[in-house]
Design a protein around this ligand. Structure first.
Ligand SMILES: [Zn+2]
Length: 412
């Protein structure tokens, strides 16, 4: 998980929830700022000095993103109250994201956590719409009045957009909660909601294409990017849930190869090929030095070593040195092992019991395990019997704002 967070900047904490921004967020911040300050306000309220457009633009843009954070915070507050802790909220290019510690454990909690987001946006929209009248801005400061109208509009749009019934949008989570409550089957409810998510993504892509043909290039492209993101998120959250459910609580020690064959660090590459790789047909081996694990050698690393040098080069010179990303504890779950392999871009991990090499776990073995479980009906629609509780896994509720529409002028 941490590998994906490296490109985030932590801002501040609100009620124990860390607010962070991803570098990609800077792109959308500048786009919204520019479209307001250089497009929308100059067109709707001509005749002001440009510094005032930028002042209003910065104000509107900051409140725009504050609105998204408040939307996410509402998910977090309700989640925390219902025992579904949220420790982190990130802003990124497609909006905001609340990172739930795990999936909700019952339909009722899911419904409340999901529904409070759009509700909060509607309330915020109402507040922004009423500010100009309350402060008497309409006549005296028409441009400041219209920035509040814009914020009111954007919050209502945010609420409506996120109510679209496609997982993992809030509306899709509400749909899943309803299906889950009716059937008691978390997995099928997720599958249906994810299908809707993909369907809605295709609908948005179609709308985006129409916008582009209609001349709104930026808005159309933006809609398509958001749709592609949502489509990917729908598929991967569903696959993640299936994966964790099929893997169950199985641990690395259940499936690892005990006492795996190892290669001495001082062996030449040529000898390693001759005596280990071609003899057993394995594609990778732990490397040890005086019985101590020091790295991993794989067929890919051997290929990268020119044949002419293989007779003189030692395995220690071409191996991937042992680092924490390559090692996993015997008690870790298979799902954790798969995630770690993906992040470390490797097909195998050394199973380390303190400093001792306890075994080797490979992606191939886990894939085989999944296949066997599938064959035995673990993913079968009716084989599961009574509904199982939702498995613990990281979950995310993204909140995507609609495309920054104001640049009617900016696009021309
Ligand atoms: Zn939301």
């Amino acid at each position: 998980m941490d590998a994906k967070r490296r490109q985030e900047i932590d801002l501040f904490k609100v009620a124990g929830v860390q607010i962070a921004i991803d570098y990609s967020w800077i792109v959308i911040f500048l786009l919204v700022l520019w479209s307001l300050s250089a497009g929308y306000f100059p067109e709707v309220h001509p005749g002001y000095p440009s510094s005032e457009y930028w002042l209003v633009g910065v104000f509107g843009t900051l409140l725009f993103f504050a609105s998204i954070v408040i939307h996410e915070l509402s998910h977090a507050m309700v989640g925390n109250a219902l025992g579904q802790p949220v420790k982190r909220i990130s802003l990124f290019i497609f909006g905001g994201m609340a990172h739930l510690g795990h999936e909700p454990t019952n339909a009722n909690a899911e419904l409340k956590i999901a529904a409070v987001g759009p509700l909060t946006s509607f309330v915020l929209g109402g507040i922004f719409f009423s500010i100009p009248a309350l402060l008497g801005l309409r006549r005296a400061y028409p441009m400041w009045s219209s920035v509040f109208d814009y914020l009111g509009f954007i919050n209502i749009a945010l609420g409506l957009f996120n109510l679209l019934p496609g997982f993992p949008l809030d509306g899709g989570r509400i749909l899943r909660a309803a299906l889950w409550a009716r059937t008691g089957d978390f997995r099928r409810a997720t599958a249906r909601a994810a299908d809707w998510g993909r369907g809605i993504a295709w609908g948005l892509i179609f709308l985006g294409a129409l916008e582009i043909f209609g001349g709104a290039l930026v808005g159309g492209l933006w809609l398509i990017f958001i749709a592609l993101f949502l489509r990917g998120a729908a598929s991967s959250s569903y696959q993640g849930i299936i994966m964790e459910q099929v893997l169950g609580g199985a641990q690395v020690r259940d499936l690892m190869v005990r006492e795996p064959e190892v290669i001495e660090a001082g062996t030449t590459v040529a000898a390693a090929v001759e005596e280990h790789f071609t003899r057993h047909g394995f594609t990778g081996f732990p490397v040890v030095d005086n019985g101590r694990p020091v790295g991993m050698i794989s067929i890919g690393l051997i290929r990268d070593c020119p044949p002419a040098e293989r007779a003189s080069k030692r395995v220690a010179e071409v191996m991937r040195p042992l680092d924490p990303a390559l090692a996993i504890a015997p008690g870790a779950t298979l799902a954790q092992a798969l995630r770690q392999m993906a992040e470390a871009e490797t097909g195998r991990l050394l199973v380390m019991d303190q400093d001792r090499l306890a075994g080797l776990i490979t992606r191939g073995a886990i894939a085989h395990f999944i296949m066997v479980r599938n064959e035995l009906g673990f993913a079968g629609d009716d084989a599961a019997g009574p509904a199982r509780a939702a498995p613990p896994r990281p979950a995310e509720t993204p909140t995507s704002p609609p495309p920054p529409t104001p640049p009617a002028a900016a696009a021309s």
